[in-house]
Structure formats: C-alpha cells, structure tokens
Design a binder for this molecule. Structure first.
Ligand code: FES
Ligand SMILES: [Fe+2]
Length: 348
C-alpha cells in the first residue's frame, strides 16, 4: 500500500530553529535530496544543495564563516544564496565570471521557531509563486519549545497513518499519565475539509485523557491534518492556548523524521517544560517502537494491508489527498480538496 512517490513543491520542516546556531550549518536529507541548512552571521537561515559544482563533494565537509561556505576540496566559496564568490586557484587577473557558478539554493524560512524548506522535484527550480509557509494557528513565539526530533525507520505513509490512527491509543500509549485500556469508550467526532487536508472540528477533549484534566477551565480542541504530514492540535483553555505541532519530513523512501513542537501562552505549562518534554519523548518512543515492530512484519515485500471502519477513515483520506495532490502536480492544475464533511464514530 505504501507508495514511494514523494510530494514535491511543498514546505517541509527541516529542523527546529534551535538546532542551527548562528554561523553554523547542519546537513540534512529531505525527500532524498541532500540539503545544507545554515544560519548566517546575521541570524538568517538558508538552505543549499549540499553539493559542490566543481567536483561534487558535499559542502557539509567544508567550513562556514557566517557568510560563505568554503568547499573542503579546492576551497571554492559559495555565499548563502549558492553563488560562487571565490576560486582560490585563479590568478588575480583571470577574467572568468565566477558569479555564474552556482550550487542551487532552496527557499528557506524560519517560521514559528522552525526552519522550513521548500522542496521542488529533483533537478528542477522552485516555481516563481510559492505557497505560504504553514504557520501555527496563533502567534506565540515566546512559549515555543522543541520537544524532540526522531527518525522513524519507515516511509512517510506509515508514519502519517500512525500519527492519524485514533485506535492505537489505548494499546500503544497506555500509561498512568495518559489513558488506560479500561477507559475506552465511544468517540464521535465531526470532520471537515481544510486546506491540504482535514480538520477534526473544535470539540471538548476526550474525558479519558488524564493529561487534559489537570488543565482545568473551559477546554476545547481542534486537530488539523494537512499534506505532506503536518498535524496541529490546538487546545484552548479559556482564552489561552496550547498548540502541538507534529511535522513529518521524509528523509528518503525508508526513513521519515518526526519533529514535535509545542507552543503555549500558559505560564505554568511553560514552567512544566522539562516534565512535558519527558512525557512527549516517551509518547513518541511508544510510536517509534511500534513502527520498528511493524517494519519487521513488512520486510520482504509490500503486503496488502487493511484500512477498516471509521477509525481508519482518516488514513483513507490521507491516501486520497495524496493521490489528488500527485495528480494535480502531474497535470499542472490546482489541487482540489475532495474530503467530505463527515461524522466519524469509533471506540478508543
Ligand atoms: S570540489 Fe569543491 S572546490 Fe573542488
Ligand atoms: Fe501514537
């Protein structure tokens, strides 16, 4: 069922802003493309193709002085837009126009604390008009924290489906601080199309989530999923917010990086940061363990799997969105969201 085709011409979270210091670079692979992320001496982020056009050595092995990346092989230098700025072997009177030598750069922005990179198909340029970088539902730069980034040894599809799947909670995430299997009950949630995906419309949170109970106040939650693999949970307590952003970024066909972020303008939740980070990491670890076990079962082929009932409806929607997106890209026409408005019912 897993389809290997990547979704190009979209923004992907490449890293948490805190992972790339000023004057430093960080090498990543995104959708199979080697990308050198960096932050210049003024704090601006950039992304270059991690490849020296001279002899092809990755630029990550070179040096960055906050303005130029110097290739480790013959010392050619490239600025943060990818333009060659120096070729040490050329004599001062050489007339070669080195500004025509480039390594491609990727559109790159830091939004809500995260570094986003726009990935076009291999060996193509990004379109002139770029979509907006996805942003958090409320502006809360102050209460930002990066919970974790973890590599899942699976294709994006399995990671997304694991993320969307509402029925594994009582089995995989059973723990004293979240929920137990005994607390399973009927859930009924309204869904609606939204952007490049769908939304579980705002509702009172599930009463069997102990973590919610300690928050008090009038609580409501809205969960949004959008291509390529972005899940946003927006919890409101009175007029205050907690936003959980999970971003899935394919490294290649077999590995997907999960980035988990949290934002809040609630002081005491922010104060609980170390504890919440520990819970968050434990939660992600539970999903990772399942993916590792699942890969054991999937190895040696692409067996037919099942998507069954309302609890798997979101997974089916994901495949539908993905297919429609790929078709829109192949035909050069705008994407049309065909997700229905629907009430889904399941037990978890
Ligand atoms: S390979 Fe990079 S400078 Fe020669
Ligand atoms: Fe999970």
């Amino acid at each position: 069922m897993s389809d290997s085709s990547f979704l190009y011409n979209l923004w992907y979270v490449a890293a948490a802003g805190t992972q790339v210091e000023r004057g430093k670079t960080l090498a990543k692979t995104i959708l199979g493309q080697d990308v050198l992320l960096g932050r210049d001496k003024n704090g601006m982020v950039f992304a270059l193709r991690d490849f020296c056009p001279h002899r092809g050595i990755p630029l990550r092995y070179g040096k960055f002085d906050g303005e130029n990346v110097e290739c480790c092989y013959h010392g050619w230098c490239f600025n943060t837009a990818g333009q060659c700025t120096k070729i040490p072997s050329l004599l001062p009177d050489d007339t070669t126009d080195i500004s025509r030598i480039k390594t491609p750069s990727y559109p790159c922005h830091e939004v809500d604390g995260n570094i986003w990179v726009f990935i076009p198909p291999p060996k193509t340029k990004p379109p002139e008009q770029l979509p907006d970088v996805p942003s958090a539902p409320v502006a809360m730069r102050a209460g930002y924290f990066h919970v974790d980034s973890v590599v899942f040894p699976c294709a994006l599809d399995h990671a997304v489906i694991g993320l969307m799947d509402p029925s594994h909670g009582p089995f995989v995430h059973a723990s004293w601080w979240w929920r137990s299997r005994r607390s399973m009950h009927v859930k009924q949630k309204q869904f609606a199309p939204y952007g490049l995906g769908f939304q579980m419309v705002r509702h009172a949170p599930s009463s069997n989530s102990r973590a919610y109970k300690i928050l008090g106040g009038q609580r409501s939650t809205e969960i949004t999923f959008q291509l390529p693999g972005l899940r946003t949970e927006h919890i409101m307590i009175g007029d205050r917010h907690v936003v959980l952003l999970t971003a899935l970024t394919p490294i290649d066909e077999q590995r997907t990086e999960l980035h988990q972020f949290m934002y809040t303008d609630i002081g005491f939740i922010n104060a609980l940061r170390p504890l919440l980070t520990r819970f968050g990491k434990a939660f992600i670890r539970q999903d990772l363990d399942i993916v590792i076990k699942q890969q054991e079962g999937l190895k040696g082929g692409n067996p037919t799997l099942m998507l069954l009932g309302d609890s798997d409806a979101q997974a089916l929607w994901y495949y539908k969105l993905k297919k429609d997106y790929l078709e829109s890209q192949a035909n050069g026409v705008p994407f049309v969201n065909r997700i229905p408005e629907k009430l889904l019912r399941w037990q978890s």
